[in-house]
Design a protein around this ligand. Structure first.
Ligand code: ADP
Ligand code: MG
Length: 599
């Protein structure tokens, strides 16, 4: 055994000497309790190790053992419905073994070795197989079929394969490679977390990840395989919106990495998540979810590792051909872990004490997102979409974690406290947010929703921008300085904000909106605006327009259930009627005016 000894302990960091042949990122077992750690700096025979557990009680002279292997995750049936810590130890098992308080040095496999899974072979003896080919399936939960794949690096002829009930370590197939070597395949793969899993080809994103959140889907959409950042101050709604994405987005698999913000927040996640119901199947959402929980009493190093554990699991489901959404809430806790460890290593600090490599680390994490052609001969495609929230102190967007994240992600949803104070939720500021996928997604709308959707989007956006200019005028000179048409723009903007953008996460008919309904709702809001402009031209008084009873119905249209979308038509008819009728009353005045200004 390549054993070394502890020279120094500094919080989560241990310096060891005498570890021969150690490599960067080797996994080591520290002390008599064999606490897990990872080598993160090497100088000759001296290794700096980040330890994933409390280092209390460790001291100079204690043994350090190198496993010679990098930190890896176990991949196979049993991942779904699991709740893991940052290094893939099942929390449930940890709790059972140690009681409520996490004890140190507990080894618990990420995937059960005892449980038997019904494996159904789909490949047959004699088949030529390559890495990534699907050998068969396991119905892992009632809603997800786990594909058992030939692991990366293996190819050849299938000399045996059998269906039946197996544990993940039982041999299910034999592959003889061209050089005559025989590979025994089972249902478990190990993969080093810091290394991206291989794929054939990265593809340009071509469809939105539909989230059912109107401000996201219609205004700042994200692509399947895309990246997004949700920064916002404390209490602005980061966690609520991340939960909304987990529940409602049309990704098939959810990987949720929670990094406890406040003391009890992770407990909330641990209680809330298992109670969430998957709206698409009526089953518990956990049946297609893997939850990685960093409670605040877990050491920083485990938090640092958790995002890598999460993305590796995401890539594995992607490789099966699934669309996976990975959400990290909040990545600031990850960055802070990096900062703490870097400080202990006495590295030269960068901005605000974060390490100089903060940007590179963030980039290499988000770069593991994407739409890809999977390994294997069947040309299947998979996607990992990554959404990270950031909680900069005081909501300051110029802070390094936000800035470095914005450099790599393609969508920015800026949550702001002034909207949250007004109870405008989601508190996404439409004037600062953006999506670089918009052009691509507009093509999708044209084909899949309605050719008009794009125009409605552009017009609504323009109205909101115009509103902010007009507000400035009102602030300086007063509302009387506005023309009637400008007043109508202000009203339209208010309607876009209140009747369309505001969306109640806890209202059963408002919490999710299909793209079709988003289109109809925005159309309704803008139809009123268009008819109002026409009505003014015809001489209808502004007051009549503003008091039109149909406005009440427009305000409530967001609550129209998905099965009753025909109601939108009726409201549209009412708009025409109510804005038309009064014009006859004022016909004379209206006619005089419009002939003056018209043809
Ligand atoms: P953060 O994670 O940014 O600190 P939270 O996500 O915990 O903030 O949100 C704080 C509060 O804001 C929530 O408890 C909830 O009351 C309210 N909230 C946020 N988003 C919504 C929403 N879409 N609908 C209704 N309430 C919301
Ligand atoms: Mg939060």
């Amino acid at each position: 055994m390549k054993e070394g000894k502890i020279a120094k302990v500094s919080g989560p960091l241990v310096v060891a000497e005498g570890l021969e042949n150690a490599k960067m990122y080797d996994l080591v077992k520290v002390g008599k309790e064999k606490l897990m750690g990872e080598i993160i700096e090497l100088r000759g025979n001296t290794a700096s190790i980040q330890v994933y557990e409390e280092t209390e009680g460790l001291g100079p002279g204690d043994p350090v053992e190198n496993t010679g292997e990098p930190l890896s995750v176990e991949l196979g049936p049993g991942l779904l419905q699991s709740i893991y810590d940052g290094i893939q130890r099942p929390l449930e098992v940890l709790m059972e073994k140690a009681g409520d308080f996490l004890h140190r040095g507990i080894e618990a496999p990420g995937i059960s070795r005892e449980r038997k899974w019904p494996f159904k072979a789909t490949a047959s003896k004699g088949d030529k197989v390559v890495e990534g080919d699907i050998l068969g399936t396991v119905q892992e939960t009632t809603i997800i079929e786990h594909k058992i794949m030939v692991p990366p690096g293996v190819s050849g002829t299938l000399t045996d394969i059998k269906s039946g009930d197996f544990t993940v370590e039982d041999t299910i197939a034999l592959v003889k490679s061209d050089d005559g070597k025989e590979h025994k395949l089972n249902m478990i793969q190990r993969w080093p977390v810091r290394k991206a899993r291989p794929y054939k080809e990265k593809l340009p994103p071509k469809a939105p990840l539909i989230t059912g959140q109107r401000v996201v889907d219609t205004f700042f959409p994200i692509a399947q395989g895309g990246t997004a950042c949700v920064p916002g101050p404390f209490g602005s709604g980061k966690t609520v919106i991340q939960h909304q994405f987990a529940r409602w987005s049309d990704a098939q698999i959810i990987i949720f990495i929670g990094c406890g913000e406040r003391g009890n927040e992770m407990t909330e996640v641990l209680i809330d998540f298992p109670e969430l119901i998957d709206p698409y199947t009526g089953e518990p959402l956990m049946k297609r979810t893997v939850l990685i929980a960093n409670t605040s009493n877990m050491p920083v190093a485990a938090r640092e590792a958790s995002v890598y554990t999460g993305i590796t699991i995401a890539e594995y489901f992607r490789d099966m051909g699934y669309s996976v959404a990975l959400q990290a809430d909040s990545t600031s806790r990850w960055a802070e872990a990096m900062r703490e460890i870097s400080g202990r290593l006495e590295e030269m600090p960068g901005e605000e004490g974060f390490p100089a490599y903060l940007g590179t680390r963030l980039a290499s994490f988000y770069e593991r997102a994407g739409k890809i052609k999977c390994l294997g001969s069947d040309d299947r495609e998979g996607a990992v979409t990554v959404i990270g929230s950031v909680s900069p102190p005081g909501g300051d967007l110029s802070e390094p974690v936000v800035q470095n994240t914005l450099r790599v992600v393609k969508v920015f949803w800026g949550l702001v406290d002034w909207l949250a104070y007004q109870r405008h939720f989601p508190a996404i500021d439409w004037l600062i947010s953006y999506s670089l996928y918009l052009d691509m997604i507009k093509q999708y709308w044209r084909k899949e929703v309605d050719p008009e959707f794009e125009e409605l989007h552009d017009e609504a956006m323009a109205i909101l921008q115009r509103e902010s200019e007009l507000k400035e005028i009102v602030r300086l000179i007063g509302v009387d300085a506005l023309s009637t048409n400008e007043r109508l723009v202000m009203e339209a903007a208010k309607s876009v904000r209140e009747d369309f953008l505001q969306q109640h996460a806890y209202h059963p008919d408002d919490t999710f909106t299909s793209l079709k309904k988003q289109y109809l709702l925005l159309k309704l809001v803008l139809t009123f605006h268009h008819k109002a402009i026409e009505a003014v031209k015809r001489g209808v008084e502004l007051k009549v327009i503003l008091d039109a009873p149909v406005r009440e119905k427009i305000a409530k249209a967001k609550y129209i259930p998905e099965e009753k979308l025909e109601e939108f038509n009726q409201i549209e008819n009412e708009i025409s009627e109510q804005l038309k009728a009064p014009s006859r009353v004022g016909e004379a005045a209206g006619a005089a005016q419009s002939s003056g200004g018209g043809e």
